[in-house]
Each structure stands twice: as structure tokens, then as C-alpha cells.
Design a protein around this ligand. Structure first.
Ligand SMILES: Cc1cc2nc3c(=O)[nH]c(=O)nc-3n(C[C@H](O)[C@H](O)[C@H](O)COP(=O)(O)OP(=O)(O)OC[C@H]3O[C@@H](n4cnc5c(N)ncnc54)[C@H](O)[C@@H]3O)c2cc1C
Length: 490
């Protein structure tokens, strides 16, 4: 059936849609539209290009990178430094992401500060994995921990061994709070350790977070090789990590500031259309497309009038069911760099006393990445303060939020009571909420030439579900590309 009869965007692209045997593909490699230039779309584009497919990446904003992108900040002294849309941290278990970066000749040792897993809070709690092979790196971490009672250390060991015994697979999902309660974790330990870890990893409060997804993260980070649990803190901005490397390879493949508003499908291809005022006002035909968008945007396109295929209804409903959690990242510049025992500190989130920040990062080296001056502003400090997930901080206006963050950094981390200047970035839909038994679409759609990629896309098995992370995005992008390569046979 020719679903595109009224548009016929494929005319001049090899003839009619319905009878492939009658048409010849134009000479040259197959053409694929990658819609969305976040890390999922970039990962798909690299894999497709490696297979000899010609890709065009359509990105609505003026730069690639999506939620993991560079944000410039012009300081009061006139210098412009590169921040990130949000403070990101990777772990050694992010194999897909690290392999992709290496594939693009990124020197991982220069791009990241890599340290064994450690967790230090401002009150003196200290967990630090040793350099011994697994599982001894964790055994030593637990039993040399500071700021935890003997009972709390035993409770951590008991949770880990119980999770291993059940092969990290729950018989029915539940919330993280229910799991911790059922597995007899002391409330003090939950507050000090499990709650901040869950919010950091899943960006979802423990009362609604999926215990299975939390176990998946613990399995891949703590249950694997020692290096899997390493923390990788980017030394360069996120734009520099992946988006710049991909756009530099094939600048002509990128159509930035181009929002796709309609999709139409034919038996042998996909046509994409932008707004009426754009150069893409008429449908442009491709052999296939990757929808590398957040779930609601993907749903909107799959429900677009031009597509009009009832077979997509269940998939659209799954995508529309995602709900989201925010992340606040506040960057504060100080006259002096902090003298902390680690670049990353866990803070005590206590909203009743106006303490909302959960993590603080020393990003002072960013002041050295000034694009106009060769030398860094000596000794100056830059802190990234992070508030993940929903909470009472959302009721504060910007000034009150900034004041409360500065107060907390002063009380807990010894910073001066006021910063020289502050930049707050609020991502209202930072990630989807990783809730129990959340249905996740896989890459396939009802049409073999249209596939999905994005951090929300996952395989059917719940034990393969990841929270919204760079790793989930990059993995889905590769899998989406491979699904199309199998169909297009370039
Ligand atoms: C503040 C913050 C902190 C985070 N911290 C971490 C962390 O520490 N570690 C970690 O692993 N992950 C972290 N994440 C999550 C991670 O950034 C995301 O999971 C990942 O970037 C999602 O990539 P994506 O490609 O799936 O989606 P996106 O990045 O959302 O990319 C989708 C792209 O599609 C574009 N688009 C939308 N509609 C259209 C359209 N119609 N036409 C064309 N283009 C369109 C958008 O502009 C966007 O660029 C964090 C996220 C945030 C926001």
C-alpha cells in the first residue's frame, strides 16, 4: 500500500514506493535521516557512517549534544568559559560510551579524571575502593569505611551478597525504599548512602524509584571488575567530548536549527518535513530514519498526521506514558579554589533546614579553559552544585535558590558565604523517572525502516534496563543503527 500517495516525496528518488522490484535505488550509499543530535543520535550516526551509510542529522537546536551539551558562560570579567548543561559523571562500566569515544580518537586519559570509586561527605563519611581486584576492592572499601557504624558496614555487605545471590534479579519489581526496608537496611544508612546513590544514578527519589533498575546499576558498577566501579569526571566540556568530534568528521551531514515536524512512511523509505517556513517545507525522502528524540517528541512524530498508521498506536502510548524528573545545576565562582579532599563531595540534603544540594564538584579547572586567555585566572574556584530529582527546592524562586545553595556550601564545605557570581541551569525534564516495571520500547517500530534511539529505549528484559544515562543513549544509538544496517544491507 502506498501510504504516501498524497505526498509522493519519493518521486525522483527511485520511483514508486510499493513495488521495490520496479525501482532502482539511486546510485550511491543508502541515505538515513537521524532525527535528534543528542548522544543517541550521534552514536547512531557514527555506526551508520562506519557501515557506509550516508547520514543526515537533523537537530532542532543550534548545536548538537542534546542534554549533554556545552553551555558558554560569559563571566563578569569578560572571559567566556565552557560549562555543561549539567554536571555529568561517567563510570568505568560505560563500555559503549568509552568505546565510541575511543573510536573517535578521543584520548580518554586526557578527557577524564579517572579515580577508584569513592564517596566522601562533608561530615567525615568516607568510602573508598582500593586498587585490589574485585571483589576485594569493595570488601576493603566497606571494612575501612569511616563514619559508618559496624552494623551499617555489615548491612552494606549483606545487601551486596544478597543481590549477588539472586543474580541481581528481583522476583517482581518494587520501589527502592521497599527493597531497602525489606532487606533490613538501617534507616541511617539509607539516608547517608543508598538514598543519595539512588538519586544520583536514577534521578528518581527512592520512594518511587525502580529497585530492579537500581540493582542493574549496582550489578554493572559494583558487581563487575574493579575498573567498572571507577568514577570518570570529564576534564573537558561535554561538547568537546562527543558532539565536536562527530560534527568535525562530517560537518555537511548536520542540519542544525532544523526541527522535524512530520514523518511519512512508504514501503521503501521515510520522508521528513520541517516547518512551513524552513528549507524543509517539502518532504525530503530517505531510505530509513532513526528517531533519536526524547519519548514525548518521538511520540509526537509517530502520531503525526502524515504518518497516520494505527499500527503505531501502542508504541505511541508507551512513549507518552513517560514522566520526568528535574535536575538543577548551579555553578558558583569564588575568589579561591576549594581545598577539599576530593573533587566530588556528597552533601546532606536536609530541606527542612534549607539544604537542597546533594553533590558538589570542584570544577575550578574550567576557569583555565577560557577561550580568550591562554592562562587560567590563578587559583580561582568554580563549584558545580547539583540538586537531582523533585523536591521542595522547586518552590523557591531563583534568588532564594541561589542564596540557599551558597549558604549550604558555606556551612558544609567551608566556602565563603557569597560567591562572586552564579549561573543556575534548571532542566525541568532532565531524565525520565525510573519507576518500577516501567514499560520501555525497544529500537524496532512497526515499520522496518523507522527505528528508535534514546536513553529511554531498552531491551525487553527488565534486567537490561538502565536509567537515563549517556550509556543508555549511546547503546540504543548503536543498536538502532545496526537494525537499519540489517535492513538496508549497504
Ligand atoms: C542536568 C543533567 C545531568 C545529567 N547527568 C548525567 C550523568 O552524570 N551521567 C549520565 O550518564 N547521564 C546524565 N544525564 C543524562 C544524559 O544527559 C541523557 O541521558 C542523555 O544526554 C540523553 O541523550 P539522548 O540523545 O537520548 O536525548 P537528548 O539529549 O534529549 O537528545 C535529543 C535531541 O533531539 C533534539 N530534538 C527534539 N525534537 C526534535 C525534532 N522534532 N527535530 C529535530 N531534533 C529534535 C533535541 O534538541 C535534542 O538535541 C544528565 C542529564 C541532565 C539533563
Amino acid at each position: 500500500m502506498d501510504r504516501l500517495a498524497h505526498l509522493d516525496p519519493f518521486a525522483g528518488h527511485g520511483g514508486g514506493l510499493s513495488d521495490r522490484s520496479e525501482r532502482m535505488r539511486p546510485a550511491g550509499p543508502p541515505r538515513v535521516a537521524v532525527i535528534g543530535g543528542g548522544w543517541a543520535g550521534l552514536s547512531a550516526a557514527v555506526r551508520l557512517a562506519d557501515a557506509g551509510v550516508s547520514c543526515t542529522v537533523f537537530e532542532a537546536s543550534k548545536s548538537a549534544g542534546g542534554r549533554a551539551r556545552r553551555v558558554p558562560w560569559t563571566l563578569r570579567d569578560g572571559r567566556t568559559i565552557a560549562l555543561d548543561n549539567g554536571q555529568h559523571i561517567l563510570i568505568g562500566a560505560y563500555r559503549e560510551t568509552l568505546t565510541l569515544l575511543q573510536r573517535l580518537d578521543i584520548d580518554l586519559d586526557r578527557a577524564f579524571e579517572r579515580t577508584p570509586l569513592h564517596l566522601l561527605d562533608a561530615k567525615g563519611m568516607r568510602l573508598r575502593a582500593s586498587r585490589l581486584p574485585a571483589p576485594w576492592h569493595l570488601v576493603t572499601m566497606i571494612f575501612t569505611a569511616r563514619g559508618l557504624s559496624f552494623g551499617e558496614r555489615v548491612a552494606i555487605a549483606s545487601l551486596m551478597s544478597r543481590a549477588k545471590r539472586i543474580r541481581w534479579t528481583l522476583d517482581g519489581d518494587r520501589t527502592v525504599a521497599e527493597l531497602l526496608d525489606g532487606w533490613r537496611q538501617p534507616p541511617g544508612l539509607t539516608h547517608k548512602l543508598w538514598e543519595p546513590l539512588c538519586v544520583a544514578a536514577l534521578n528518581t527519589p527512592i520512594g518511587i524509584a525502580s529497585a530492579q533498575v537500581f540493582l542493574n546499576v549496582l550489578r554493572d558498577s559494583l558487581g563487575g571488575a574493579r575498573s567498572d566501579s571507577d568514577l570518570l569526571l570529564p576534564r573537558v566540556d561535554l561538547g568537546h567530548l562527543l558532539p565536536d568530534a562527530v560534527t568535525a568528521r562530517t560537518p555537511s551531514a548536520f542540519r542544525l536549527s532544523t526541527r522535524i515536524q512530520n514523518l511519512s512512511l512508504g514501503a521503501d523509505g521515510v520522508a521528513v518535513t520541517g516547518g512551513t517556513a524552513t528549507e524543509l517545507a517539502q518532504p525530503e525522502p530517505f531510505d530509513a530514519a532513526v528517531l533519536a528524540l526524547p519519548p514525548l517528541d518521538a511520540a509526537r512524530l509517530m502520531a503525526s498526521p502524515a504518518l497516520h498508521d494505527p499500527a503505531f498506536k501502542p508504541l505511541v502510548a508507551v512513549c507518552e506514558a513517560f514522566v520526568f524528573q528535574p535536575i538543577v545545576t548551579a555553578y558558583l565562582r569564588y575568589r579561591e579554589a576549594p581545598r577539599w579532599p576530593s573533587r566530588m563531595l556528597a552533601l546532606e540534603s536536609a530541606p527542612h533546614v534549607g539544604h537542597h544540594v546533594q553533590w558538589a564538584f570542584d570544577r575550578s579547572e574550567r576557569l583555565a579553559s577560557d577561550v580568550h586567555h591562554a592562562t587560567p585566572a590563578s587559583g580561582q574556584g568554580l563549584i558545580a552544585a547539583v540538586i537531582s530529582a523533585d523536591g521542595p527546592h522547586r518552590l523557591l524562586d531563583n534568588d532564594a535558590l541561589v542564596a540557599s545553595i551558597a549558604r549550604q556550601l558555606s556551612t558544609e564545605c567551608g566556602m565563603p558565604s557569597q560567591a562572586l557570581e552564579t549561573r543556575v541551569i534548571i532542566e525541568k525534564r532532565a531524565t525520565f523517572a525510573s519507576t518500577p516495571s516501567l514499560p520501555r520500547p525497544d529500537v524496532a517500530t512497526p515499520h522496518p525502516r523507522l527505528v528508535l534511539a534514546g536513553d529511554y529505549v531498552g531491551e525487553a528484559a527488565a534486567t537490561r534496563h538502565y536509567p537515563a544515562t549517556l550509556e543508555a543513549s549511546v547503546l540504543s544509538g548503536r543498536r538502532a543503527a545496526e537494525a537499519l544496517i540489517a535492513v538496508l544491507d549497504p
